[in-house]
Design a protein around this ligand. Sequence first.
Ligand SMILES: Cc1cc2nc3c(=O)[nH]c(=O)nc-3n(C[C@H](O)[C@H](O)[C@H](O)COP(=O)(O)OP(=O)(O)OC[C@H]3O[C@@H](n4cnc5c(N)ncnc54)[C@H](O)[C@@H]3O)c2cc1C
Length: 361
Amino acid sequence: MTETKFDEYKDVWVFAEQRDGKLMNVALELLGEGYRLSREIGDGARVAALLLGDRVEHLVEDLYAYGADSVYVASDPLLAQYTNDGYTKVAANAIALFKPEIVLFGATHIGRDLAPRVAARLDTGLTADCTRLDIDTGHYMDYLETYTTASLSGLNRNDGNKSLKQTRPAFGGNLMATIVTPRTRPQMSTVRPGVMEKRERKEGAAGERIDIEVRLDAGDIHVEIVETVKAAKEIVSLTDAKIVCSGGRGLGDASGFQLITRFAEKVGGVVGASRAAVDSGWIDQSHQVGQTGTTVKPQIYFACGIPGAIQHLAGMQTSDIIVAINKDPDAPIFEVADYGIVGDLFKVIPELIAQWDGDAV
Ligand SMILES: Cc1cc2nc3c(=O)[nH]c(=O)nc-3n(C[C@H](O)[C@H](O)[C@H](O)COP(=O)(O)OP(=O)(O)OC[C@H]3O[C@@H](n4cnc5c(N)ncnc54)[C@H](O)[C@@H]3O)c2cc1C
């Protein structure tokens, strides 16, 4: 491994994932987070978007509007559709050339496919599926050296590069692990959709556009996309929902979701589920909330007959208001709930449906 010259690396980059010329929401969330991190790093650090595709220049203004100080654009017909080979080559070359200190990808199917390849090309680390990012002021590295067996000798702490603390659930979600990349740059993470806050759109915001020369030919791409088939089933949009009504095994059987669906329709929400309900075959996996499902951050989250296992909490505990309905008064969900209703959900939910005031949200 060649030695990394830390002081050559600057700025926070966000992979601006787009599909069919539309930006993915997670790219905007990451711009918000990248903006926050870059300002925390200081020293003139900026947040930039890396946009790959064909004829996607119309998205540049949107990226400025959501906080990008600059946008690196790689436009080429060979990038019209995502391919691991093509995108890896172009993204890795751009990162190697411009040397950002931090690179963030959404933990989408594409982000999870692309980021590890890029990290391997660049000979650097990658933390997958982060739920929290912070800039270390030096104390965390001191802590690691003092209290763990990590050998960090030889690292120059005064090199002006502050490390990124990348936090993600580990060991089945039973603890949160904070990971640093002390020896190499850039520091790379994938981040779950729905976890970070996007900035408020600022109409007319300006930035700097840098066009990247794409050195790609058809021989670089070893896959041929013959046809793109969109899932025929209805995909629920849990990530963007303002209200989520989730049901767990407390529903008794699959028919219990009829009540949850009625509840969601009444309150204008989307139906969520615990993994146990999904594993029981009561509802499709696309409804699952939690560590191995979708992360949600609605204004109101209703947890109905869900005790609040740590893996479920990992996907919903940053909701603005949590309402728990459970017949067990000792259910751990009540520890994170803003409102707790101890009772039989089959009695409580019909009452809520009857009483719901549509102006409440
Ligand atoms: C690696 C790993 C990843 C995981 N990922 C996820 C994940 O992403 N999402 C997830 O949800 N889980 C996940 N789990 C599973 C998780 O640990 C729990 O097993 C699961 O969330 C429990 O589901 P549940 O709440 O539906 O069921 P149960 O644990 O069976 O709880 C049922 C609850 O319903 C209540 N209840 C029963 N009847 C009624 C009634 N009539 N009225 C009111 N309340 C009632 C009971 O008091 C109880 O609290 C994961 C586990 C592992 C090991």
